[in-house]
Design a protein around this ligand. Structure first.
Ligand code: ADP
Length: 757
């Protein structure tokens, strides 16, 4: 190879190497550039990471310090909580799910009086054991083991009921245990000693109060008994005294003694009733009764007072309302007597009207009765209206002070009505009159209700003659409801003027201004002799007077019960039956109040024969057991007109002896007697009777007026009872009722058995 070639070769090689170098340099530069860029990026990232780290570090620091404060706070709170729990007066403890004590406050631990075993870790069962072993708990009637068993069972239940335990030192703890979700139990032991002692004091106070109340009731019963017994002497003797020949002045004295005695009895009864209601001792005795008859009885009793004052007493009993209800007739009569009695007492002229209507509730067979007592009396000042229902409250002013009373009547009435689920109210205009009303829900009783009468066919138009508008109005309404046409007029002259051939019947009041009812009847006789007339009168004597009965087709006694009006109307076209209509009304009024004949109303004539007795008849034998000599005397005098064989026993023992030797037909038995009381004597007699066919009627004589006495008396085997002071009429009635066959009628032939009330 030539040099040239070699040089050329070398040059080429150099060139190639230079190119390669260039290439490599370019590559290197490129790589360098890349490297530079990468380094830059790296540097940037490092910076960012460093910043991040710094933040993290900061945050970490902050969290750390926060955590420290939080921890401190929690610790602080826990400390405070624990302090509070320690400061509790009541015991606090908590147990884990295995019933091991985790912690307890001082109050809780103090219960254990320093027994060291009771500390965290001890089990509940062990705690119970310590309580009984150390005598810390009073297990009362339970044995220690029974008490622990009972407490363990309670502890185990999912939700233990709070319970009260008594410690040895008479402290009471109420244990309340609450189970948490994880099985831990929080226990509270509340010290309720003060509450328990307070409750004990309350109970003792209540017992004392109840004992005092019982003592009060017993005292009242005794007082009533003690007062009634001598009152029997006073009232009975005064009654007997009035039956003897006396000068007019002496009559007045005797009557005053009797009336005052009776007034005193009313007061005693009021006080007794009131305290019974107060002591919630008053029990109602519901039974079927006739409300209309009951109202008329009350009116009948007050009739004499009303007539003395010239007042008209009216009853407006809704024509189509039932009369038989179930209620306590005695108490309803008491309410009516009080309200109607007040109305009569506080009315000097005009009228007193008892209106009885009602809204039937067929779904439960009751009627919501609506009874109002309206008077035209002195009225009650507006500001006194509520006051008068309070006990012993009366309106005190000139017009009122002249009236007697205790001020208890309305208080008792209001309470009685409330007791019967009713409601009372009053409306009054001072100087004009008052209206007392009450509502009473009563169940309708089965039995005969008064039905509308079958009227005579030719009766369609009735003339009413009465100068009292309210009277006309009531009768008018009743007749219209029977489908009759009514011509109401207010005087005899008007009646004669208004007479037309259409009038089929005239009903006239007896007392009319100007021409009275009798004169009117005589005038009618002349021109209208075919038209019958009925007389309305409030004097029972009119019904007996032949000259009056001659003039009229019937005499109707006021206030007029529906039954009496109906039968008088029904009897119109059968003249001979008129007497029976009358007789029926007589019978009505007496039958409804057999034991209460008043103001001269004849007592029911005993159905004893008036014929001369066959000689083989014996006297009725009556035994009266009574220890009090005065009362024996009263009794003897009361029956002195009767033809009977009377013996006295001075005590229960004598009564039983006489029962055997004397064989009485009837025994009157005082209840409280020495040696053997009336109930014991009766039981002894009933025991003797077991072997015989006899059963003698025994009527208790009692001064007790408390409720429940009657039950006790009847339970002892007595048949009936009379309350002292004794009444002649009631004694007669019992005697006549028990007259045995073959005995002579006790009724004397010549003396009338008129009751003197
Ligand atoms: P008492 O009649 O025994 O005084 P009450 O409690 O029955 O007792 O009546 C309380 C008072 O209410 C009566 O004293 C009287 O002032 C008044 N009062 C009651 N009823 C009437 C009445 N119908 N008219 C006017 N005042 C009456």
């Amino acid at each position: 190879m030539s040099l040239a070639e070699k040089l050329a070769q070398e040059r080429r090689a150099r060139l190639a190497a230079e190119r390669l170098l260039e290439l490599k340099q370019a590559e290197l530069t490129d790589a360098n550039r890349k490297l530079g860029r990468h380094a830059l990026a790296l540097t940037k990232r490092i910076g960012a990471t460093q910043a991040e780290i710094a933040t993290f570090r900061d945050e970490n620091e902050k969290v750390k310090s926060d955590l420290n404060t939080a921890n401190e706070k929690v610790e602080q709170a826990e400390r405070r909580l624990w302090h509070s729990i320690q400061a509790f007066q009541d015991g606090f403890a908590f147990f884990d799910s295995n019933s091991k004590l985790i912690g307890a406050n001082t109050a809780y631990l103090n219960i254990f009086e320093g027994v060291e075993e009771v500390s965290p870790g001890v089990s509940y069962v062990r705690i119970l054991q310590v309580l009984t072993d150390e005598g810390l708990i009073d297990t009362e009637e339970l044995s220690s083991s029974a008490w622990r068993a009972m407490m363990t069972e309670r502890w185990m239940s999912p939700m233990p009921e709070p319970t009260v335990v008594r410690l040895w030192n008479d402290r009471y703890l109420k244990l309340i245990d609450q189970r948490g979700h994880d099985g831990d139990v929080v226990s509270l032991a509340l010290d309720i000693t003060a509450t328990v002692h307070y409750e004990e004091e309350l109970r003792a106070a209540r017992e004392r109060a109840e004992a005092a109340n019982r003592a009060k009731s017993a005292f009242l019963a005794n007082m009533s008994h003690e007062i009634r017994t001598p009152m029997n002497g006073v009232v009975g003797m005064a009654e007997l005294l009035s039956d003897t020949p006396l000068s007019e002045e002496q009559q007045l004295y005797a009557r005053t003694i009797k009336n005052s005695g009776e007034a005193l009895l009313v007061i005693i009864n009021d006080v007794l009733d009131y305290s019974k209601i107060e002591a919630e001792k008053l029990v109602l005795h519901p039974e079927p009764f006739d409300l209309e008859a009951c109202t008329h009885e009350v009116i009948m009793l007050l009739q004499a007072n009303a007539r003395d004052k010239g007042l008209t007493l009216l009853v407006d009993y809704d024509l189509f309302m039932p009369t038989n209800f179930i209620g306590d007739p005695g108490r309803i009569r008491q309410i009516l007597t009080n309200l109607i009695g007040n109305a009569v007492k506080f009315t000097n002229e005009g009228h007193v009207t008892a209106r009885i209507t009602g809204v039937p509730h067929p779904e439960d067979n009751t009627v919501m009765l609506h009874i109002s007592i309206e008077d035209s009396g002195i009225g009650i000042p507006e500001d006194k209206i509520q006051h008068i229902f309070g006990e012993f409250n009366q309106v005190e002013d000139e017009t009122n002070r002249q009236f007697e009373g205790t001020g208890l009547g309305l208080a008792i009435t209001e309470r009685l009505i409330k007791l019967m689920d009713g409601e009372i109210w009053v409306e009054s205009e001072f100087g004009q009159g008052s209206c007392f009303g009450f509502r009473l829900p009563l169940v309708v009783a089965d039995g005969s209700q008064i039905n509308a009468p079958e009227l005579p066919e030719d009766l369609s138009c009735v003339m009413i003659v009465d100068d009292m508008e309210i009277n006309r109005e009531i009768l008018n309404r009743q007749l219209q409801r029977l489908g009759l046409t009514v011509i109401p007029v207010s005087s005899g002259a008007e009646a004669l003027d208004a007479m037309t051939p259409e009038v089929d019947l005239v009903i006239t009041d007896r007392n009319l201004r100007g021409m009275d009812g009798l004169k009117l009847a005589r005038s009618l006789r002349q021109a209208w002799q075919d038209v019958p007339a009925l007389l309305l009168s409030s004097d029972p004597a009119d019904a007996q007077d032949p000259s009056i009965r001659d003039l009229f087709a019937g005499v109707l006694l006021k206030p007029l019960p529906r039954g009496a009006l109906f039968s008088a109307l029904a009897a119109l076209n059968t003249p001979p039956a008129l007497d029976s209509a009358l007789a029926e009304q007589d019978a009505d009024s007496t039958a409804s109040a057999p034991s209460l004949p008043t103001d001269g109303a004849a007592a029911p004539a005993p159905a004893a024969t008036q014929d001369a007795p066959p000689s083989d008849q014996r006297l009725m034998r009556i035994l009266a057991a009574e220890d009090n000599r005065t009362n024996q005397l009263v009794f003897r005098k009361m029956v002195k007109d009767l033809n009977i064989d009377l013996r006295f026993a001075n005590n229960g023992l004598e009564a039983v002896e006489l029962y055997q030797s004397f064989e009485p037909d009837l025994i009157f038995m005082d209840i409280s007697m020495p040696k053997m009381d009336g109930k014991e004597a009766t039981q002894a007699i009933r025991a003797l009777e077991q072997n015989s066919q006899r059963r003698v009627q025994i009527v208790a004589l009692t001064a007790h007026a408390m409720d429940g006495d009657a039950d006790g008396i009847l339970a002892a085997g007595l048949d009936d009872y009379l309350t002292k002071p004794l009444r002649k009429a009631l004694i007669y009635e019992r005697i006549i009722k028990n007259l045995p066959q073959g005995a002579l009628s006790p009724e004397p032939q010549d003396s009338d058995l008129r009751a003197t009330g």
